[in-house]
Design a protein around this ligand. Structure first.
Ligand code: ZN
Length: 188
């Protein structure tokens, strides 16, 4: 297993639709193991394959809820259904999210409160998970990565403008930038 470099926003692989996984073989199992190690090293609660430069439709997640229950797994070729977006004012604290491909930043974003995720696990079994709250947010965020969508693309004004400024200031937004967790950690 190895920690892999995480691509930074602007790298083309983050902005294109990823391909379906054709087969669960040793290469894929190695990729998943590396992605889990990379996610924990970052640290993060989810990581999609395009973030480590692999344009395949899979993500890993690992998040412990307020009751201490660990929600962790691998979602291969996922499908996602979501409840309608709530209306009303955004809560800057409770609804802010970040992305390992836009390190050190967090911005508020409206997400659906409930989702249904159907995906294949490493065992080849296709299962469904109903999720609410933060886990539902993680699934929406990671699923977006597989369609080449970053949370930055969904931000409303003025947050979209503020994040665009940060990306320019840090000279992100072009191809070929990555960071290795534990080595290139960006100071907040
Ligand atoms: Zn992300």
């Amino acid at each position: 297993m190895a920690v892999r470099p995480i691509r930074i926003t602007g790298d083309p692989v983050l902005h294109e639709r990823a391909d379906e996984v054709a087969e669960i073989d040793d290469d894929l199992r190695r990729l998943v193991a590396d992605m889990e190690e990379t996610m924990h090293a970052a640290p993060g609660v989810g990581l999609a394959a395009p973030q480590v430069g692999v344009p395949l439709r899979l993500f890993v997640y690992s998040w412990t809820d307020d009751d201490g229950v660990l929600h962790a797994g691998t979602a291969i070729n996922p499908e996602l259904w979501q409840s309608p977006l709530p209306i009303g004012e955004l809560d800057d604290e409770a609804e802010s999210e970040g992305c390992l491909s836009i390190p050190g930043e967090r911005f508020p974003l409206r997400r659906a409160e409930r989702v249904l995720l159907r995906a294949t696990g490493l065992d080849g079994e296709r299962t469904e998970i109903e999720a609410a709250g933060w886990l539902a947010r993680i699934f929406q965020h990671e699923y977006d990565h597989l369609d080449g969508v970053l949370y930055a693309d969904r931000l409303a004004h003025p947050h979209s403008r503020d994040l665009a400024k940060v990306i320019r200031k840090r000279s992100w937004g072009g191809p070929g930038r990555s960071r290795l967790p534990g080595v290139d950690d960006v100071e907040p």
